[in-house]
Write a protein that binds this ligand. Structure first.
Ligand SMILES: Cc1cc2nc3c(=O)[nH]c(=O)nc-3n(C[C@H](O)[C@H](O)[C@H](O)COP(=O)(O)O)c2cc1C
Length: 347
């Protein structure tokens, strides 16, 4: 099938998963298995993004994409942020780490420069739409541009900026919600199928659907609803090539973790993860991304290194219990076989 200008065997996109899971090996394995893999450029330096692009190219001839975070406005409620940092301070002191609540633009300009100097087949964006001139420049360089949206209005804005395709993310999705703004918009919280249908009626741009897709049958459902592909994140987290911490992989299959919820506790931006002690302790964290993400980084790293699943973010979509382990090639092959069985896999 043709997907985002490239030829792939399956209408399956391996979601970019920043913070470790999306290793170059995972991206190459998804591509070799006939899906479209994505490197996660978020949190990495521009140099590391360039190095990972080179690693994927060395490992496979399969096409792949790179995902970047659109910078967030630096203005936040300082008092709410300060109050939250005060609540985190005892844990930080006990662990001997600093809370560095800084703003940054995630290396936006430098990473765009990497993509302009050395173009990849597809670039996707989350947390907003890049400006129209950035979209145009990437397209001139030969890159298809995907903008992730969570509401019909965001879809309209992304289409107006010139996006070649939309990542349509439902509320079921693991990880951060891609909302253009983290301020609570009364129109956020769409379930995936309703959103795909609503977006399809609003804009005529191809849709890649994401959120809670764990089986070929679920991917078949979004294809039937009008998407050109399903994007899977949580379904790849337990794979051998996934760089998720072992404690994260184990928690996904541990019966004592039995539900997900949306939280701002770890990053200051709404994200879905397995409910753990850190989330339960901080139900009312304010909207302050990336300040809180930077502030909690050292604490989260320490917990992950210690294998403590209650001290760091266990991003997971609502379908997490169906996440399979083993080589990514086997997961993609199983999804492809299930899709074929549904009779809607290859159009
Ligand atoms: C651990 C994790 C990290 C993620 N990181 C990113 C990211 O860096 N960029 C992005 O656009 N989406 C990110 N997402 C969201 C995925 O693109 C996708 O929307 C989501 O995984 C779909 O839901 P699912 O996890 O239920 O499959 C992440 C998801 C997870 C689970």
């Amino acid at each position: 099938v043709e997907l985002l200008g490239v030829a792939v065997r399956w209408p399956l996109v391996g979601a970019p998963m920043a913070g470790g899971p999306s290793t170059p090996a995972l991206v190459a394995a998804v591509g070799d298995a006939g899906g479209l893999g994505f490197l996660a450029g978020g949190y990495l330096s521009a140099e590391t993004v360039a190095a990972q692009i080179a690693q994927v190219r060395a490992a496979t001839d399969a096409p792949f994409g790179v995902n970047l975070f659109v910078p967030q406005p630096p203005e936040v409620d300082r008092r709410a942020l300060e109050n939250y940092l005060e609540r985190l301070r005892p844990a930080a002191r006990a662990a001997g780490v600093e809370l560095e609540a800084t703003w940054d633009d995630d290396g936006w300009t430098d990473k765009l420069e990497v993509l302009m100097q050395d173009p990849v087949p597809v670039a996707s964006f989350t947390f907003g739409s890049p400006p129209a001139d950035v979209v145009r420049n990437l397209q001139k360089a030969g890159t298809k541009v995907v903008v992730t949206v969570t509401t019909p209005l965001e879809a309209q804005r992304a289409a107006a900026a010139g996006a070649d395709a939309l990542g349509v993310q439902g509320i079921e999705a693991g990880g951060h919600q891609a909302t253009f703004s983290d301020r609570v918009d009364p129109d956020t919280g769409w379930g995936l199928l309703a959103l795909v249908e609503a977006v399809r009626r609003r804009v005529s741009v191809p849709i890649v659907a994401a959120g809670g897709l764990m089986t070929g049958a679920a991917v078949a459902a979004v294809l039937t609803a009008g998407a050109v592909a399903g994007q899977i994140g949580t379904a790849l987290l337990r794979c051998d090539e996934s760089g998720a911490p072992d404690a994260h992989k184990a928690a996904l299959a541990d019966p004592s973790f039995d539900r997900t919820a949306i939280t701002r506790a770890f990053s200051g931006r709404r994200a879905r993860g397995l409910v753990n002690d850190f989330m339960r302790l901080h139900p009312d964290a304010p909207s302050a991304y990336p300040y809180i993400n930077n502030a909690t980084r050292a604490l989260r790293r320490l917990s992950a290194a210690r294998g403590d699943p209650h001290g760091f973010n266990l991003w997971a979509g609502q379908g997490f219990r169906l996440a399979r382990s083993g080589p990514a090639a086997d997961v993609i092959a199983a999804l492809g076989a299930e899709l074929t069985a549904c009779g809607v896999g290859v159009r």
